[in-house]
Design a protein around this ligand. Structure first.
Ligand code: AKG
Ligand code: FE2
Length: 336
C-alpha cells in the first residue's frame, strides 16, 4: 500500500505542526445519507409509532451501525455553547492546557495530540480533550463556565443514551431491566471528548483520526458544522453529512459483544480540510468499568454460540487506549 511521509510546515502552531504519514490507496469516498431515527417517536410516540421506530433502529444498526438521531431533545443553545467552551479550551495557552497532558491513559482528564503519543506511529493533525464524566464527574476548571456546562451537557447525553439503549434492547428482543443490571448501567462509564482539527495545508497527506471503532455501547457525535467524518460501509469509505441539529450515533465494540455480533461496531475516521477548523464533540456511553461484558444469554444458543470471550470493560478501555489505534484490533482479540 502506498504511503507518503511529509513534513507539514505552515502557519500552524508548534503543537499542530507535525509529520504525517497516511495511506493513499484507500477506495473512493462517496457521500451518502445515513439512516435517520426520530427519537421523539421512540420516546413519546404512540405504541405503533414506537414499534415502527424500533424496527427502523434495528435496520439502521444492522445495515449501517451508524445513524442520524433527530428530535433528540438536547437544546441547540446547550450544544452550541458546548462547542464554544471546547473552542475556549483549545484556545488556552499551551501552559494552561499542559496541566492536563499526561501519559496515564486512564487519567480522568487528558489533553494531547494524536491518539496515544507514547505509541503512535502516525502523527495526527488533531488536538483533543478527554474527560470522564460518569460515574465520577471530572472537568478542567478552565475556561470559565466549562465545568458547569459540561456537567449539564453530559447528563443530558447520558439520559438520552439510556433511553436510546432501551429502544436498542427492544430491537434485539432483550429486556431493558435485565440489560441494565447485566451491564451495571447505573454506574455506566461515560467519557466526553472534544476533537479539534485546524485547517491543514495538505489535507490529503495528513489524518485527523485513523480508522477505528469505538469501545463503548453507543457513541454520540456533534460537530461545529464542518464535515470530516468518514464511515466504512460495504467496503467503501462514505463521507457523512449530518442534517442540521442531528447527532451522529454509532454502535461501539461493546454493543457488538452484548448483541453477540448482531450489531457490529463500524470503522470510521476523520479527514481534514485546508479551509475551516473542525470541532467535534464525542460522547461515549458504556457499561460499568467493573463489568465483565459477555454476549447476552438470550442471544446465545447452540446455533449461535458466544462470538466473544468476556473481559472487564475497564481492562478493554485501558488496553485500547495504551496501544496504537488500529481498526477493530482489540475486539478481535476477544473473538472466539
Ligand atoms: O471527529 C470525528 O469525526 C471522529 C471522532 C472519533 O471518531 C472519536 O473521537 O472516536
Ligand atoms: Fe470514534
Amino acid at each position: 500500500m502506498a504511503s507518503s511521509r511529509v513534513l507539514l510546515n505552515t502557519a500552524a502552531t508548534e503543537e499542530q505542526r507535525t509529520e504525517a504519514s497516511v495511506d493513499l490507496d484507500e477506495p473512493v469516498v462517496k457521500e451518502e445519507i445515513l439512516p435517520v431515527i426520530d427519537f421523539g417517536l421512540l420516546a413519546e410516540g404512540t405504541p405503533d409509532q414506537r414499534s415502527k421506530a424500533v424496527r427502523e433502529l434495528n435496520r439502521a444498526c444492522q445495515d449501517w451501525g451508524f445513524f442520524l438521531l433527530v428530535n433528540h431533545g438536547v437544546p441547540e443553545k446547550m450544544r452550541e455553547e458546548m462547542i464554544d467552551k471546547f473552542k475556549g479550551f483549545f484556545d488556552l495557552t499551551p501552559g494552561e492546557k499542559g496541566e492536563y497532558a499526561n501519559t496515564d491513559v486512564m487519567n480522568p482528564i487528558r489533553h494531547g495530540t494524536g491518539f496515544n503519543t507514547a505509541v503512535d506511529d502516525v502523527r495526527y493533525w488533531r488536538s483533543y480533550l478527554k474527560t470522564c464524566v460518569h460515574p465520577e464527574f471530572h472537568s478542567p476548571t478552565k475556561p470559565p463556565g466549562f465545568r458547569e456546562l459540561l456537567r449539564e451537557y453530559s447528563t443530558c447525553i447520558r439520559n438520552l443514551g439510556m433511553k436510546l439503549l432501551g429502544g436498542i434492547w427492544e430491537s434485539l428482543g432483550l429486556e431493558e431491566s435485565y440489560m441494565k443490571e447485566a451491564l451495571e448501567l447505573d454506574s455506566c462509564y461515560q467519557v466526553v471528548v472534544g476533537n479539534f482539527y485546524p485547517p491543514c495545508p495538505q489535507p490529503e497527506l495528513a489524518t485527523g483520526l485513523v480508522p477505528h471503532s469505538d469501545h463503548g455501547l453507543l457513541t454520540f457525535l456533534y460537530q461545529n458544522g464542518v464535515d470530516g467524518l468518514e464511515v466504512k460501509h460495504e467496503g467503501r469509505w462514505v463521507r457523512v453529512k449530518p442534517s442540521p441539529n442531528s447527532y451522529i450515533v454509532n454502535i461501539g465494540d461493546h454493543m457488538e459483544i452484548v448483541s453477540n455480533g448482531r450489531y457490529q461496531s463500524v470503522l470510521h475516521r476523520a479527514y481534514l480540510n485546508d479551509r475551516s477548523t473542525r470541532l467535534s464533540i464525542v460522547s461515549v456511553v458504556g457499561a460499568s468499568l467493573e463489568t465483565v461484558v459477555i454476549p447476552s444469554l438470550p442471544l446465545v444458543s447452540s446455533d449461535r454460540p458466544p462470538a466473544f470471550r468476556g473481559m472487564k470493560y475497564g481492562e478493554f478501555v485501558e488496553y485500547q487506549q495504551s496501544h496504537t489505534l488500529k481498526e477493530k484490533s482489540v475486539l478481535e482479540l476477544l473473538r472466539v
